[in-house]
Design a protein around this ligand. Structure first.
Ligand code: 3UK
Length: 521
């Protein structure tokens, strides 16, 4: 694909103003339960906010602005206003606490924030912890609101003449391991993910209506719910919180055609599905963590649809491996997105032949640029982005996820990938969700331990545990079976839908220590 961009480029102009200039300003752009905005209406709102930012709040090109909100039309408007004015967006997950907010503020040296007033409490606390932050402007109620300032500003604004490789976004990784890392992306990167992944793999059309659950502060949500629809002049449904039941109801209510959410959400929706619920859908994308084949099968059986798996990362902005519908191989993540190359490398950095397990490395139009972080040289080696994921490429060039490299369980010298065991457990009718981690063991180093959330109508018992162990032994190599099984009501998850393996491992460690001290007593 042609992923060359002119030297001067402002992505807000390309994704938003373009449609108004082409006479399509009255097309619907944003739909939320409370308001609907056309492209022209969004543009007017963006322009007013851009005027507020530059004329009242002292934002200059390159200035970093913290944005803090659930997925709402105002969030999108604020986002595009910063882009159009040549600023740098630092969006934060709605559920972050003050301490977690203070870190990006200090790391990215942010002095200005725009925030939904409903999230004011943690925002104000963060301000006391991060003195860099000089000014917070709220929308949605209170005094001196953003809306009040907007009302005094014109609804026209001349876009900042940015370079295509000016930074426009700093995305912070969710930091499930270690301190979060800020990743910088350019105006052209925002276009490149549309033109590489969306245009070649997803292939949206103007009449599409997107929907999904990931927060816009997570680049999965930004691309899937904002950039991709706007690249083709389509519309998008913004939901403030979209657990599976709400998402399913909204797909039906708004007749959405393209969905973006995590694998567990598709799994949960299968069990709630009523006839007609997803008749409007034509494409469904799963990303954020591995899509178990059992979930792919269940969705396919319930809806007849081909789930599109794709691996993305904050470091690469969006999905870089994932196949279009007609090339999907259930259980595999897919092939590299056109424009990207991927390979599996060994510990020495050399490329491994097909069929061997190693670390996934990728290069393409987008890539990792950490702000002030020595881990940059670990992630980018000889121009290749070395992910933290263990993969296998088959003879046909499909990439098969194994585990995150630091999540491999080593038991009696065997390497066991937790997700493979999870995949086996998920094919048992009693299992709704599960997480498999290593638990410390004096004899074996680690043993495989499975935390299992059962489907409604099942209760945990020693007999069921044995049945599940036997089931796993029949599905995968028997030495991988979970020697320990715990039934739980829920599994710990991040706001981005990932299983918190670190938390599960801590629980497993505590439980192991407990049982050792009990056996001594
Ligand atoms: C894991 C997957 C297996 C993998 C993301 C789509 O998840 C996103 O970004 P993050 O920085 O995490 C990256 C890591 O998540 N992962 C993501 N997708 C898959 N593992 N199969 C998948 N399909 O460990 C990866 O290294 O939070 C996803 C688009 C944009 C994103 N930022």
């Amino acid at each position: 694909p042609e992923l060359q961009y002119p030297e001067r480029l402002n992505c807000a102009v390309e994704l938003l103003d373009k449609w108004v200039d082409e006479g399509k300003g009255d097309r619907t752009c944003l739909i939320s339960p409370t308001e609907t905005l056309t492209y022209a209406e969004l543009q007017a709102r963006v322009n007013r906010i851009a005027n507020v930012l530059t004329r009242r709040l002292g934002m200059v090109p390159g200035g970093r602005v913290l944005l803090r909100s659930a997925n709402t039309p105002m969030m999108v408007a604020a986002y595009f206003a910063v882009l159009k004015a040549g600023g740098v967006v630092v969006a934060t997950m709605p559920l972050l606490r003050a301490k977690e907010l203070a870190y990006p503020i200090q790391k990215a040296k942010i002095d200005l924030a725009l925030c939904d007033v409903r999230l004011a409490e943690e925002m104000e606390k963060a301000k006391t912890q991060a003195p860099e932050l000089q000014r917070i402007v709220y929308w949605g109620g209170g005094d001196d609101t953003l809306e009040a300032m907007m009302a005094d500003e014109p609804d026209t604004f001349e876009a900042c003449d940015t370079a295509s490789d000016d930074v426009c976004l700093i995305g912070f990784t969710s930091g499930t391991t270690g301190v979060p890392k800020g990743t910088m992306h350019f105006h052209r990167d925002m276009m490149a993910i549309c033109d590489a992944y969306a245009m070649n793999v997803l292939r949206p059309i103007e009449s599409d209506r997107f929907i999904g659950s990931p927060p816009l502060a997570f680049t999965f949500g930004l691309g899937g719910l904002v950039l991709f629809p706007m690249r083709v002049g389509a519309s998008t449904v913004l939901l403030e919180a979209a657990p599976p039941d709400k998402l399913l109801a909204a797909i039906r209510e708004f007749k959405a055609t393209v969905s973006f959410t995590a694998p567990t959400a598709y799994r949960a929706m299968v069990d709630m599905l009523q006839p007609g619920d997803v008749d409007s859908l034509r494409k469904c994308v799963s990303a954020g963590e591995a899509l178990p084949k059992a979930t792919w099968d269940a969705w396919h059986e319930a809806t007849g649809m081909t789930l599109l798996d794709g691996i993305g990362a904050t470091e690469l902005l969006h999905i870089f491996i994932g196949s279009p519908e007609e090339e999907v191989r259930p259980g595999a993540t897919g092939k590299p997105v056109p424009g990207y190359e991927a390979k599996v490398i060994g510990d020495d950095g050399n490329t491994l032949p097909a069929g061997q397990i190693g670390r996934l490395a990728v290069r393409g139009p987008t890539g990792c640029r950490y702000i002030a972080d020595e881990r940059q040289t670990d992630y980018v080696v000889d121009g290749w982005n070395v992910t933290g994921d263990t993969y296998l490429m088959d003879e046909d060039g499909y990439f098969w996820y194994q585990a995150r490299s630091d999540d491999m369980i080593v038991s009696s010298g065997y390497n066991i990938a937790g997700p493979e065991v999870e995949g086996a457990l998920l094919t048992h009718p009693a299992v709704a969700f599960c997480g498999v981690v290593g638990s410390p063991d004096r004899e074996r180093g680690q043993i495989v331990k499975a935390y299992i959330q059962l489907k409604d109508g099942y209760t945990g018992s020693p007999e069921l545990a044995v049945e599940l162990q036997t089931h796993v032994k029949n599905e995968v190599a028997p030495y991988k079976y979970p020697r320990a099984i715990a039934f739980v009501d829920a599994l710990p998850r991040t706001e981005t839908g990932k299983l918190k393996r670190v938390t599960l491992r801590e629980i497993a460690r505590a439980e192991a220590a407990e049982s050792v001290s009990q056996s001594k007593a």
